[in-house]
Design a protein around this ligand. Sequence first.
Ligand SMILES: Nc1ncnc2c1ncn2[C@@H]1O[C@H](COP(=O)(O)OP(=O)(O)OP(=O)(O)O)[C@@H](O)[C@H]1O
Length: 299
Amino acid sequence: MPVIELSHISKRFGKFVAVNDVSFTVEKGEFFGFIGPNGAGKSTTMNMMLNFIKSSGGKIKLLGKNVPEHDLDVKKQIGYVPSDVRFYPQLRVRDLFRYTLDFHHMKGDSAELKRYCDLFQIDPQKKFGDLSLGNKKKVALVCALIHHPELIIMDEPTNGLDPLIHARLFRVLKEKQEQGVTIFLSSHNLKEVEDYCSRIAFIRSGKLIGVEDLTQVNQNVKVITVKADQLPIAVMEKIGATCVKKTDHEARFTYEGNMAQLFSTLSNLSPQLDDVTVANRDLEEQFMAMYERQEGERL
Ligand SMILES: Nc1ncnc2c1ncn2[C@@H]1O[C@H](COP(=O)(O)OP(=O)(O)OP(=O)(O)O)[C@@H](O)[C@H]1O
């Protein structure tokens, strides 16, 4: 059963369409990335999923239940990290954790809470308002984890985190995923998306541009770089390679075809080449190309 099902959801603010007929599903136990340029509609989509704002159309199902009809039921099984973390500044961190557990009707496990505080270097005695930006984010992350949610939704969770805490957070998230928890990550950090997500949805100007299986993309698409005085563009294009970059003596191609054919072609070309490398496609590079494409183009 899918954990997230969005069917033709839209959101209009007056005449402006922020989210336009978006549909996709996320299965249980997936680590799913949600990416797109600034203003693409990511937070608006998540705000509709969490029933913080009403959709203008379409259907949302989380954990098999319709939203907003079963909003409270659903929220009890979700951990959410907002991009902009706001709690009452006078509250102490330990009280925030207590209120979070109370909302979820849980007693909480003090050993587990201590483990998170140690792991993320959080002082639970401090007042929330006295914390730095990164430390506020860490408190929100722990609030999203301590009640053992089935689904964790995160809107740019790593803004402001130092590299050590960043690595620890993803270790915890991986552990959670291995236990069957579904993770939905919206992020501008393409490296972390590439490293941890198995599928991504890319949204731009409110429209879903595509959903990609990153494991397949990585395995199937090769990048070939050749250096030569006479670049073999025509020969490479003949076997289905696409030239994506070219200078006077260097060309880069992407190739998705038969590997035996590729290596036989490169072997025939070798007397005229100064150098050749074949590598998996760098996903960060691919993502950047997606950001650069014009509106209306497909992936
Ligand atoms: N309450 C609102 N009223 C009017 N327009 C809004 C409102 N909320 C969001 N928008 C607009 O909807 C569009 C999508 O915004 P959204 O915050 O969802 O983008 P995003 O993809 O999360 O961007 P970012 O990566 O910059 O956080 C933007 O153009 C934004 O200005």
